[in-house]
Design a protein around this ligand. Structure first.
Ligand code: OAD
Length: 251
């Protein structure tokens, strides 16, 4: 089937769906200029090892190196914009309130900047910080404001030396409980799930696609390359998100 024929078939499937869940990954931001993780050559993990940069252990061993890597990624986000794929999802949500839930593994905030509401950010946010450890004085996470930490790379608490870290989920860490619970609910009650721009290699996020399928949802995969979730898909739309999502969601 040609891409345009598959888009038409998928569009019909979505028109019949009372509730749609979207599971997005780094690929949806690729056309905004944000590097993915696992694409050969251009993916971040093609040249860097996650265990050197995206674990708590790496941060404790090399706080400045890890902080600086995230600071660079933050700075580069200031240069990019949401693309037509992010916008198509946000505009659909505005035309059909309550019908589409965005679940994302991305920490880049581009869905939110495009105007999507209620985004379930499973892996946290690159724009936010939090304390590395619980406050030793027991003041709790809200009593101590990370924004008032002593500047440094990374910033530290003037009283106890606690480090500030990016509020993203690192390998080996639990996902934010509330976001994951809501994502599981959306996955199990949706009639159709759009899986956009993810290799489907990281769990529990990828498990949401299995959960949706097991609950009877139709799955549509949008990806220019094969992914680990292709076997679950009713339809595969082989193309970039910014090309495929606007005509797919234009109703
Ligand atoms: P990956 O880098 O693993 O996968 C990106 C996917 O996007 C690949 O399947 C590409 O083929 C696809 N892709 C590339 N360009 C695209 C385009 N223009 N339109 C649509 N798809 C495109 O990224 P994720 O699956 O998001 O976790 O990775 C999941 C998690 O692994 C990330 O959230 C991150 C990473 O380690 C943490 O940091 C915890």
């Amino acid at each position: 089937m040609s891409l345009s024929a598959s888009i038409l078939a998928a569009r019909q499937l979505l028109q019949e769906a009372a509730h749609i869940a979207v599971l997005s990954g780094a690929g949806i931001s690729a056309e905004s200029g944000v590097p993915t993780f696992r694409d050969a050559q251009t993916g971040l993990w093609a040249h860097l090892r996650p265990e050197d940069l995206a674990t708590e252990d790496a941060f404790r061993r090399h706080p400045q190196r890890v902080w600086d890597w995230y600071a660079e990624r933050r700075a580069s986000l200031a240069e990019v914009q949401p693309n037509a794929g992010h916008r198509a999802l946000a505009e659909f949500q505005h035309r059909h309130p309550g019908r589409l839930t965005v679940i994302t593994q991305n920490v880049d905030g581009l869905h939110q900047r495009a105007g999507s509401t209620g985004v379930l950010a499973l892996h946290g946010s690159l724009a936010a910080d939090r304390w590395l450890d619980p406050c030793p004085a027991g003041r709790g996470p809200t009593a101590c404001d990370v924004a008032r930490a002593d500047p440094g790379r990374p910033p530290r608490c003037a009283q106890c030396g606690n480090w500030v870290r990016p509020a993203v989920v690192w390998f080996g860490e639990l996902l934010p409980e509330d976001q994951l619970r809501q994502a599981e609910q959306a996955a199990s009650r949706c009639d159709a799930m759009l899986v956009v721009g993810t290799a489907g290699a990281v769990y529990p996020a990828a498990g949401l696609a299995h959960q949706a399928r097991a609950a009877g949802a139709r799955l549509i995969v949008v990806n220019p390359h094969p992914s680990e979730l292709d076997g679950l898909a009713q339809l595969r739309l082989v193309g970039g998100a910014a090309q495929v999502l606007p005509p797919l969601l234009d109703f």
